[in-house]
Design a protein around this ligand. Structure first.
Ligand code: ACO
Length: 336
């Protein structure tokens, strides 16, 4: 079979306007800007307000990517949405986005892989394109973890922010594949270290309704230890699959979960600061949306120059993790 190559056409993002600083959090938690900044690198996060929700941000991020690529909703063949806290379980966020952008020819569905969602979505999207059956695939990541955090647990609630991002991919007409290598992984035996239950109630004829648990729990130390050995392995494997070495890569665009984890990866790759994209200070951990938001801002601020090569990497609940070596084309996100 002749696999079709993939072109990354555009990247979009959408972030709530409301900003909560570390100092703001000291009003409800026994914490400090000093503790949060030094342990995580986070200074503030954007949080959904009122009726804002993950569908809304997902729609906005999807429209942004379409606009940047100059493509209409009708030209989209598939929409894959990575979300761990959809506004509705059904209809899926994918179907809501399909309606909102008029993508009447697209299939649409959601996947749940927490913070690694966009790397998994990229794997699904490129597989769709590689068969030749789908041409334009819209990948969206959207999470509003703020609605599911335990705001009395200072060990987890300070880490997250809300937001959405999108990547539009298409069949590469010139034969050059922009996804040079990609690996995704999962280890369910580590699942207990980050959880968000959606336990419903039984039929009232069986037993009375009980207090539901929709809160995120996290054993930060275990997650940290796990990530510090799996993520470098994943990146090195990806580089080997791409037949490249760290020196061939221009930028590391990592999941923005903790600055110390990012610095660990940076040291392993022996990258200087100008090669590592960091915006955790502004947004915190935006879960599945985090990597494309960093990529988007890296390009917009001029820190990322194109054409270039980047490593994208993410990890999170599952545990699941993954990396991709991608080509960033000259015109990426620059409307002609
Ligand atoms: N403010 C002040 N003190 C705090 C806070 C806070 N916000 N949070 C915890 N502490 C305290 C603890 O109570 C503890 O106090 P004690 O020593 O008196 O018991 C002390 O600080 C140390 O706590 P630790 O949990 O050991 O702190 P650690 O250095 O491990 O940092 C952190 C915690 C930041 C969560 C870190 O472990 C981490 O980043 N882990 C990785 C998390 C991650 O990357 N998750 C990504 C996936 S998320 C997803 O997929 C949904």
């Amino acid at each position: 079979m002749n696999f079709k190559p993939v072109q990354i056409l555009s990247i979009g993002m959408s972030i709530p306007e409301t900003v909560i600083t570390n100092d703001n959090l000291t009003k409800i938690l026994d914490t400090s800007d000093e503790w949060i900044s030094t342990r995580t690198g986070i200074k503030q996060r954007h949080i959904a307000n009122g009726d804002e929700n993950s569908t809304l941000f997902g729609i906005n991020a999807a429209k942004d990517a379409l606009d940047k690529a100059g493509i209409s909703g009708e030209e989209i063949d598939a929409i894959v949405v990575a979300t761990s806290n959809p506004y509705n379980i059904y209809p899926s966020t994918g179907c809501a986005i399909q309606e909102a952008i008029g993508a009447k020819n697209a299939i649409a569905f959601d996947i749940t892989v927490a913070c690694t969602g966009m790397i998994y979505a990229l794997e699904i999207g490129r597989s769709f394109i590689s068969t030749g059956k789908y041409k334009n695939v819209l990948l969206v990541a959207t999470d509003t973890n703020s609605k599911f955090l335990d705001w009395t647990d200072r060990g987890s609630c300070v880490l997250f922010g809300d937001g959405a991002s999108s990547i539009l991919i298409t069949e590469a007409k010139d034969g050059n594949d922009d996804i040079i290598a990609l690996n995704v992984n999962a280890d369910g035996t580590m699942g207990k270290h980050i959880t968000m239950n959606l336990i419903g109630d039984n039929c009232p004829l069986v037993e009375p309704a009980k207090e539901g648990c929709k809160k995120i729990t996290m054993n930060g130390k275990e997650v940290y230890k796990f990530v510090m050995h799996t993520m470098p392995e994943s990146i090195m494997q990806c580089l080997a699959d791409a037949n490249m070495e760290p020196k061939d890569i221009d930028y590391l665009v990592p999941h923005q979960a903790n600055l110390r984890i990012i610095e660990g990866l940076q040291n392993r790759l022996e990258f200087s600061d100008d090669k590592v994209i960091v915006n955790i200070d502004k947004y915190g951990n935006t879960s599945a949306a985090s990597v494309p938001i960093a990529l988007y801002e890296g390009i917009e601020t001029g820190k990322i120059k194109t054409p270039s090569y980047a490593i994208l990497c993410a990890f999170g609940a599952g545990m699941a993790w993954g990396s991709a070596v991608v080509r960033l084309r000259e015109n990426l996100n620059k409307k002609s």
